[in-house]
Design a protein around this ligand. Sequence first.
Ligand code: 4AD
Ligand code: MG
Length: 429
Amino acid sequence: MKTTIAEAGKHTNQTVTIGAWLANKRSSGKIAFLQLRDGTGFIQGVVVKAEVSEKTFRLAKELPQESSMYVTGTITVDDRSPTGYELAVQEIDVIQEANDYPITPKEHGTEFLMDHRHLWLRSKKQHAIMKIRNEIIRSTYEFFNNNGFVKVDPPILTGSSAEGTTNLFHTKYFDEDAYLSQSGQLYMEAAAMALNKVFSFGPTFRAEKSKTRRHLIEFWMIEPEMAFMDHEESLELQENYVSYVVQSVLSNCKLELTALERDISVLENIKAPFPRITYDDAITFLQKEGYEIDWGEDFGAPHETAIAESYNKPVFITNYPKDIKAFYMKPHPERDDVVLCADLIAPEGYGEIIGGSQRIDDEELLKQRYDEHQLSYDAYQWYLDLRKYGTVPHSGFGLGLERTVAWICGIEHVRETIPFPRLLNRLYP
Ligand code: 4AD
Ligand code: MG
């Protein structure tokens, strides 16, 4: 019977056939241990010389790493194995012998691994990261579907910018100029006026010349937008959403978190509500800690890390100065120098994972912002229309998937959180 490693537990003491690759092996004169992987998981195959044909034992000893094969054997319970099972191998049917696989179990440098990303993805650690990324996406859809949201897909090719013009990717659209989407937000606002609560999940692009462990050129964003919801209600939704995702990963990705040696106890604590600190108080705190930062300046990575270190949960920094935030953010009702926005800063130095705000819903104020930011009325007329025909209070936010994956997995750099990262100096593979 054909099965997979993930399904092994359903077939204990049965003879099965699994299509697999050889991840690693070791052997002595009488026994060989094969580390087999099939993409669904990893299992150890035990080949005992006295119990198999001469050919099978020779293959078990000599097959090179990443050779592909069908392995037939009996699934046995084994308490020492992380998955709880082993395969007592009876026969190996080789599909291809793979010679000179470049990624050996020894250590390689990052550039070498990045050049071989198409193969590096097969390793146990990268496999675990991709499975956790998938669980974050799966639980995101589950959370928003359970809460009455409709998934809407904004365009990737756009005629205008959503988050300022400094890092836009330009391309030609026949005779017109076009840009790759920096954020689907403006379109999601239109969708919220049609469908009430909506969310998007898609690629976004920023031609950022920054080479940090938190920046990608192409990254994926989850962007919910809610009609009739104010800033405070949006923060509650955000903390419930992030808690849901973390708890889903804890429940459904135990093997993967173990493979990554992730400290589970810090994740177990991630439950709503999350602490909130105003931008004003954050500046005062940083100044007391000895940082040279003045009111009105944006936070850099060291500032965010210093603030996050005071908490063992993600923390919302609220009400930033209007001048360092996007044109569409609604001013604070009691002071017009700050806006109704929040960034959610992850613990353990992972930085901003969410940026969100209540949006301006007044047509005249939005026009004033168009003038201040020199936005073209031609390109943005449709966005003004949303304030002209039945405007309502509304809020939304964007969660950066890769930074969230990095934090939950506890890995250093976002380049390992996406299958094929696009970085300042990398378009290959
Ligand atoms: O804070 P940002 O720029 O917000 C927006 O784009 C809003 N329009 C979202 C909205 O309200 N619908 O980006 C949102 C998140 C950040 O918090 C961060 O997690 C991630 O996107 N992000 C990046 N991730 C990786 N690489 C980059 N270059 C990123 N830039 C932003
Ligand atoms: Mg931001």
